[in-house]
Design a protein around this ligand. Structure first.
Ligand code: UDP
Length: 409
């Protein structure tokens, strides 16, 4: 018999939260999309997340076979940095709910280090395998940018869970190698399963029509999408725009809200002012996930200037819309973008080099078009159905159950 029921643990990233603001980003999108794709294929998924102030229904069905279950643990307003102390309470309440409802699972899949603590305890109590996706790792973040600070418990829990988990999912070979190098993880226990993209939402549209709709004129458009925090390196995009010398003029659009008040956003706006770019940069704030294809399609190039990305969903979404990407050669970005074919990867955080690559694309309609076509084609191999199928296989191998393809469609 194939795997039928999985519990997802995503303590602080509720899949119902709108991405692109606060702490809600790629992980929220990933959990929702992966669970929905598995649900559509017939697997039953319960997603356990912490109760927060925006909860409308404690239990919410979000698609065929998929429920989001909010578990009370600690102050609903608690910041992510305070949640470590609430892990035992979350586990206790989750177990109480599970026992009350008589719920059994074939596999526990936890997301992020906080949830991985809960997943480990739960899997041991239930005697079922534990699979973990860390999404980001504390030690990699701290190595990627001076000034990144992580709570001391994080690398300890990450190392412990890497040792105890039955399987670890990494998004890229870089992440897998870093797990072995920095945490002593057994690389043989790590499977590579990338993130996916919703190909029916993120698709090529008529550029003129979407520009009209967004009120954009004939300027070349550089797009940034993502939460605004220092690790995203937005200052590099501002410096890049300052180096550019396009005859048609260049407009930079920044989509996404600040993670922490407006601290980083203010810093970036100040830099834009200092570079005399105030009139050329639009900060549009958070945009509904389903509206984003308009922006990706309006853009000539999507720029991802991050210090680190474990995956980089934004790059894949842009490619699915047929828009080339210029990005730093870090983490998962180096596996998504094919340098010279679907965009450019830059090994240094150097505005000149970024500007050069962006200018190559926007100054040649032929190159822009061929890169866009190749980008969409590449993204077509990474729809959520494909990724969910890979994950289902991981669950099946882990539980030692025979793959039953009839149950997967
Ligand atoms: N996003 C969104 N609205 C915004 C900004 C971002 O829906 O205003 C989404 C974006 O489409 C992507 C996610 O947030 O799916 C960001 O994921 P990524 O992996 O690029 O970065 P992370 O948030 O994980 O650091």
């Amino acid at each position: 018999m194939s795997v039928q029921r999985a519990a997802f643990i995503t303590l602080h990233a509720c899949p119902l939260a709108a991405p692109g603001q606060g702490k809600s980003g790629g992980m929220n999108v990933y959990v929702r999309q992966l669970a929905s794709a598995l649900g559509n294929m017939g697997m039953e998924i319960d997603i356990f997340t912490r109760e927060h102030p925006d909860v409308v229904n404690r239990i919410e069905t979000i698609g065929p076979n998929v429920r989001v279950i909010h578990i009370a643990a600690g102050d609903t307003e608690a910041h992510v940095g305070e949640l470590y102390a609430h892990l035992p309470a979350f586990l206790k309440q989750l177990n109480a709910f599970r026992e009350e409802e008589g719920l059994e699972y074939d596999v526990i899949h936890s997301h992020y280090w906080l949830s991985s603590w809960v997943g480990r305890e739960l899997s041991q109590a239930m005697g079922v395998p534990h699979l973990v996706t860390f999404h980001t790792l504390g030690l990699i973040k701290m190595q990627s940018r001076a000034g990144e600070v992580e709570q001391p418990e994080r690398p300890v829990v990450e190392a412990e869970v890497m040792a105890s988990a039955d399987r670890i999912i990494a998004f890229s070979p870089h992440e897998r190698d870093a797990m072995a190098r920095l945490y002593g993880a057994d690389a043989a226990k790590v499977s590579l399963v990338p993130c996916g993209v919703d190909l029916s939402v993120f698709r090529p549209l008529d550029q003129k029509a979407v520009r009209d709709r967004l009120g954009l004129n004939g300027e070349k458009i550089l797009l940034y999408v993502g939460r605004v925090e220092p690790l995203k390196g937005l200052d590099l995009l501002v410096e890049t725009a300052a180096q550019m010398d396009s005859e048609d003029g260049v407009r930079v659009i920044v989509v996404g809200a600040d993670v922490n008040g407006d601290r980083e956003m203010d810093r970036v706006k100040l830099l834009a002012k200092e570079r005399d770019l105030e009139g050329q940069i639009d900060f549009v704030g958070q945009v509904d996930h389903k509206e984003l294809p308009l922006y990706y399609n309006a853009a000539d190039v999507c720029v991802v200037p991050s210090y680190y990305e474990s995956f980089g969903l934004v790059a894949l979404e842009s490619m699915a819309c047929g828009t080339p990407v210029v990005a730093t050669r870090v983490g998962g970005l180096s596996t998504i973008i094919q340098h010279g074919r679907t965009g450019y990867l830059k090994p240094w955080r150097c505005p000149d080099a970024f500007a050069n690559s962006v200018e190559m694309i926007i100054s040649s309609d032929g190159l822009q078009q061929s890169m866009g076509t190749a980008a969409r084609k590449h993204a077509e191999g990474m729809g959520w159905d494909t990724i969910a199928s890979m994950m289902w296989d991981e669950y099946t191998i882990l539980t030692g159950r025979l793959l039953d393809d009839n149950n997967k469609c």
